[in-house]
Write a protein that binds this ligand. Structure first.
Ligand code: GA4
Length: 261
């Protein structure tokens, strides 16, 4: 965690021309303020990677130390996600216990890794508002595992429309339920809207692994979880179809609503 954070800080402190050589993120690579391809912006810069299970190759020494820290982190975070999903299956009394974890751990599963850097934002003198670091949204995948440095900003929205700050803790992981897990559990686990408020003082660095299933995976409530007579709340779709629709949407859109019955 610390090595990867240090490598990320090193990368983000490179001159802009150097960072631009790894971008623009479309959708993968280095991105500066633009989020996705549909006009969303935030007060951050980031690196987005497709997180495959293949070892990553590297061309220079700097790239090598970054990539080795990244591969090591990815191996460990995948193991953690598998354990978390197993515990969730246990909590839901689903058999087999790997019913959820195998979707995210399959060799064809669609993982994305994101390193975000939120620089301190300029004071908004006279304006009674703050800049948005990363606008409110839900994650389309199954679960996301976030770890940040000791800097605040992450907020979640319970159903009543309020916003609650998640206290920063660099020794903890924040596990977020994504849209796909909401469907797989027929709404028992809820995909949570979250956002990052820009901070005027301390730079925030976060690393997030988004666990997506294989593209051909059908996303529907697990039959072993359904009660007698319980109907699916959602129309049928595959992860590939959902992801395609998600990437055409704006960040803050409710992406599940068009799949609700
Ligand atoms: C939100 C969750 C992940 O950060 C992400 C984001 C993706 C992107 O940054 O390219 C999206 C966003 C996220 C959902 C809607 C689309 C796609 C930006 C955007 C406007 C990597 C993901 O998988 O979906």
């Amino acid at each position: 965690m610390q090595r990867l954070e240090a490598e990320a800080v090193k990368f983000f402190s490179l001159p802009q021309v150097e960072k631009d050589k790894s971008g623009p993120a479309n959708p993968f690579g280095y991105g500066d303020k633009r989020i996705g391809v549909n006009g969303d912006v935030g007060w951050l810069e980031y690196l987005l990677f497709v997180a495959t299970s293949d070892p990553l190759s590297c061309t220079s020494m700097t790239a090598c130390s970054f990539r080795s820290a990244l591969s090591e982190y990815l191996v460990a975070v995948r193991k953690m996600a598998s354990d978390v999903l197993r515990s969730m299956a246990e909590g839901l009394k689903i058999e087999p216990r790997d019913a959820l974890s195998k979707l995210a751990m399959d060799e064809h599963s669609d993982g994305i890794f994101r390193l975000n850097h939120y620089p301190p934002c300029p004071p908004l003198q006279g304006l009674n508002r703050s800049l948005t670091g990363f606008g409110e949204h839900t994650d389309p995948q199954i679960i996301s595992i976030l770890r940040s440095n000791d800097s605040s900003g992450l907020q979640i929205s319970p159903d009543d429309g309020s916003w609650v700050s998640v206290p920063p803790d660099q020794a903890s992981f924040f596990i977020n339920v994504g849209d796909s897990l909401q469907v797989l559990t027929n709404g028992r686990f809820r995909s949570v809207r979250h956002r990052v408020a820009a901070n005027g003082v301390k730079p925030r660095v976060s690393m997030i692994y988004f666990f997506g299933p294989p593209p051909a995976q059908r996303i529907a409530p697990l039959p072993q979880l359904m009660g007698e007579g319980e109907q699916s709340k959602y129309k049928e779709f595959t992860w590939g179809e959902y992801k395609k629709a998600a990437y055409r949407s704006r960040l803050g859109d409710n992406r599940l609503v068009q799949f609700e019955k």
